[in-house]
Design a protein around this ligand. Structure first.
Ligand SMILES: Cc1cc2nc3c(=O)[nH]c(=O)nc-3n(C[C@H](O)[C@H](O)[C@H](O)COP(=O)(O)OP(=O)(O)OC[C@H]3O[C@@H](n4cnc5c(N)ncnc54)[C@H](O)[C@@H]3O)c2cc1C
Length: 399
C-alpha cells in the first residue's frame, strides 16, 4: 500500500485547523505545529465577545465586504457562511442570527467549539506539536525551535497559517515576515485593521472620560456612515463603529497625516427637530443644561466643546454642531492592540490555489494573506474559507 502523503500545518488557528481537517479527511498524514503551548488562542479570545462566526446577509453582499486583490469572494463561494454554520452545528454547537444579522454559536463561546473540534481532529489522526516555533527552511526541511532544541521535518506539503500581528501574546506575532521575505515572497507591510485612533484630546476629555461609551451615535468618514457604539480612550477612540471605518480612516492618516471623523450625536433626529427642542429651553438655562435636556451625555458634550470652542449659543448653530462635530484623528493605535491585520503575503505571490510561487508545495491561509475586512464575522469566515481553499490547493497540486 502506498504511504499517505504528509502535510505540515504551521499555525493552529482557525485557518490552519480547517486545512488540517480537510487534508486528514482526504487521507493525508497531517501534523499541526504551533509555537504556543495550546492551539487556537486568538479564536478563544474572539469567543470572549460571543464568537461572531459569520454573517447572515445575502451572499453577494457578504462577498463585497473583503478589501484587497486576493480572491476571497471565490473562496467564500466554495465555503459559504451557510457551510460554516453547518460545520459548527456538526460539532454540536447550534448557531443563531443576532439582531444585527451576525451569526453566533448559541453558547456564545469559542471554548466548547474548539474542544469538540480538536477532539474530532485527533480522531481523524491529526497530530499536534505545540511549543514548536517555526524558524524557516534548511533546504526543503522545515525547522522548529522547541524546548528540546531544534527539530526539522520534510513533509510533502506545507500550509502556513501563522496569522497576522495583532494581539501577539496570543501567538501570531508576524515574525514570519522576515522568513518569507528572505525567500523572495512579496509582502505588503502589516498594518492595524479594525483598530482605534489617537486624537490628542485637550480639555481632559481623555483623562475624564476614558472608558466611557458613546452609544447610538453615528460616525461618518468620506461617504460611509456607521451607526453604533464607540469608547473614549485616554488618548483617542476605539470600538465597533470606529473599527467599521478604520480601513479608510487609517489610509487617510497614512496619506495626509490626519483624518477628520464626523460625529452625529443625535442620528435619530433631524437638525430642525433638534433646533426646535433647543428653542423650547427656559431662558437662563446654561448651554450644558440645554444639551443635557436633549439627552446628550456629559462625554458627548465634552467632545462637542473641544471641537467647537466656544460652542455657539444660537439654537440653529448648536443643532448643526450636535449633528456634525468634526473630530480630527491624528494617528492609528498600534497593531498589537488592533483586532486584525491588513497586509501580508501579497496576492501576486500565490497562485489561485494559494500556493507560494516562490516555494511550490507551500500554501498560505488566513490572516497571513493580504486582505482585510471589518468585524461582523467576516474575519473568521475569511480565515476558514482560505484554510479550506489552501487544503483544496494541496489536494489539487498533489492530485
Ligand atoms: C479580541 C479579538 C476578538 C475577535 N473577535 C472576532 C469575532 O468575533 N469574529 C471574527 O470573525 N473575528 C474575530 N477576531 C479575529 C479572528 O480571531 C482572527 O481573524 C483569526 O483568529 C485569524 O485566524 P488565523 O488562523 O489566520 O490566525 P491565528 O488565529 O492568529 O492563528 C495563528 C497561529 O499561528 C501560530 N504561530 C504564529 N507564528 C508562529 C511561528 N513562527 N511558529 C509556529 N506557530 C506560529 C500562533 O501561535 C497561532 O496559534 C478577533 C480577534 C481579536 C484579537
Amino acid at each position: 500500500m502506498a504511504q499517505p502523503k504528509s502535510c505540515a500545518i504551521v499555525g493552529g488557528g482557525p485557518a490552519g485547523l480547517m486545512a488540517a481537517e480537510m487534508l486528514a479527511e482526504a487521507g493525508w498524514d497531517v501534523t499541526v505545529f504551533d509555537q504556543m503551548p495550546s492551539l487556537g488562542r486568538k479564536f478563544l479570545m474572539a469567543g470572549i465577545g460571543g464568537l461572531n462566526l459569520t454573517h447572515s446577509e445575502a451572499l453577494e453582499h457578504f462577498k463585497g465586504r473583503y478589501r484587497g486583490p486576493l480572491g476571497l469572494p471565490v473562496m467564500i463561494d466554495a465555503f459559504t457562511p451557510q457551510a460554516l454554520r453547518e460545520w459548527c452545528e456538526a460539532l454540536g454547537e447550534e448557531t443563531f442570527v443576532g439582531s444585527s444579522g451576525r451569526v453566533f454559536p448559541r453558547s456564545f463561546k469559542a471554548s466548547p467549539l474548539l474542544r469538540a473540534w480538536l477532539r474530532r481532529l485527533a480522531g481523524k489522526g491529526v497530530a499536534t506539536r505545540t511549543r514548536h516555533r517555526w524558524l524557516g527552511w534548511r533546504g526543503d526541511a522545515l525547522l522548529f525551535d522547541t524546548p528540546e532544541g531544534e527539530v526539522s521535518t520534510t513533509p510533502d506539503a506545507v500550509v502556513l497559517a501563522m496569522g497576522g500581528a495583532s494581539w501577539p501574546r496570543l501567538g501570531s506575532d508576524g515574525t514570519w515576515q522576515d522568513l518569507l521575505g528572505a525567500e523572495g515572497v512579496a509582502l505588503s507591510p502589516l498594518r492595524p485593521s479594525n483598530c482605534g485612533f489617537t486624537i490628542g484630546w485637550q480639555e481632559h476629555v481623555g483623562s475624564k472620560f476614558a472608558g466611557t461609551p458613546l452609544k447610538s451615535v453615528s460616525f461618518s468618514f468620506g461617504n460611509e456612515t456607521v451607526l453604533g457604539e464607540a469608547v473614549i480612550t485616554e488618548a483617542g477612540i476605539e470600538g465597533g463603529a470606529i473599527y467599521a471605518l478604520s480601513a479608510p480612516l487609517r489610509d487617510e492618516i497614512d496619506r495626509a497625516g490626519e483624518a477628520v471623523l464626523t460625529v452625529d450625536f443625535k442620528p435619530a433626529l433631524d437638525v430642525s427637530e433638534i433646533e426646535n427642542r433647543l428653542k423650547r429651553n427656559r431662558a437662563g438655562d446654561s448651554l450644558s443644561n440645554r444639551l443635557r435636556k436633549l439627552g446628550l451625555s456629559r462625554a458627548a458634550i465634552a467632545i462637542m466643546r473641544e471641537s467647537h470652542h466656544p460652542l455657539p449659543d444660537s439654537a440653529d448653530q448648536l443643532a448643526a454642531v450636535v449633528k456634525a462635530t468634526n473630530v480630527p484623528l491624528r494617528g492609528v493605535y498600534p497593531i498589537e492592540r488592533a483586532i486584525s491585520t491588513a497586509g501580508g503575503v501579497s496576492s501576486a505571490s500565490v497562485d489561485d490555489n494559494l500556493m507560494l510561487k516562490a516555494r511550490p508545495g507551500v500554501f498560505v491561509a488566513g490572516e497571513m494573506l493580504d486582505w482585510e475586512a471589518s468585524t461582523g464575522g467576516y474575519l473568521l469566515q475569511g480565515c476558514f474559507a482560505s484554510g479550506h481553499r489552501a487544503a483544496y490547493g494541496v489536494l489539487a497540486h498533489f492530485g
